[in-house]
Write a protein that binds this ligand. Structure first.
Ligand SMILES: [Zn+2]
Length: 203
């Protein structure tokens, strides 16, 4: 079934929808202005078909949508070459409770697609969430910054020292979640030059 229109399709993405999605595919790189990471990538602007796709993956309990995304990214494999320089992928974690409720971490699925295509290993068990918080999507910018403070922690840092790390999340909105994760890395001694971030969509 096509992950966008629902038509029968063995690749989980029909030709028509792939064409539409292709028009939205930007895969932009933005140079970071902060002290925590060197560059930021995103595949899509958070609107139209890409928005529909990521929201279904996130809120509609449709993990098979990752196959739609993987097929699409595979077709764009050449463009992904610019992130091949990264040694490992780390995924922004969900709390245990949220993961249990949803059954999966949508950012992990996106990371898995990239990992499969570019053969970059995902390192789990490094970054983790220390407590449950209100969903960021229900809060405004100020509230998000407060809500997320001190929520992440890192362990087994020796496993990732001196490696180029790509931190993956689903949607970049105000950046408070990713900033918080990057601060944890900075505190652990990870250099800004070794850290890039990638999100599926950017608001
Ligand atoms: Zn379709």
């Amino acid at each position: 079934m096509c992950g966008i229109c629902g038509k029968e399709n063995k690749n989980f993405l029909c030709y028509e929808c792939r064409e539409k999605l292709q028009k939205e595919f930007e895969f932009k790189k933005i140079k970071s202005k902060n002290n925590f990471f060197i560059e930021q990538y995103y595949f899509f602007k958070y609107k139209n078909f890409a928005r529909k796709l990521i929201l279904e993956l996130k809120f509609e309990k449709k993990p098979y949508i990752y196959k739609t995304i993987e097929y699409f990214l595979e077709k764009n494999q050449k463009k992904l070459e610019k992130i091949k320089k990264y040694d490992i992928i780390i995924v922004v974690p969900l709390s245990r409770k949220r993961k249990l409720k949803r059954g999966y971490n949508q950012s992990q699925l996106i990371a898995q697609c990239i990992s499969n295509i570019l053969q970059i290993e995902i390192q789990n068990g490094i970054l983790y969430k220390t407590k449950d918080i209100l969903p960021q999507s229900t809060l405004n910018k100020e509230e998000r910054i407060q809500n997320i403070k001190g929520v992440y922690s890192a362990k087994n840092i020796d496993n990732i020292k001196n490696k180029k790390i790509l931190l993956v999340d689903d949607i970049y909105t105000t950046g408070s979640t990713l900033n918080e994760c990057c601060k944890v890395f900075a505190k652990s001694g990870i250099k800004k030059e070794d850290l890039g971030i990638l999100t599926f969509a950017k608001d």
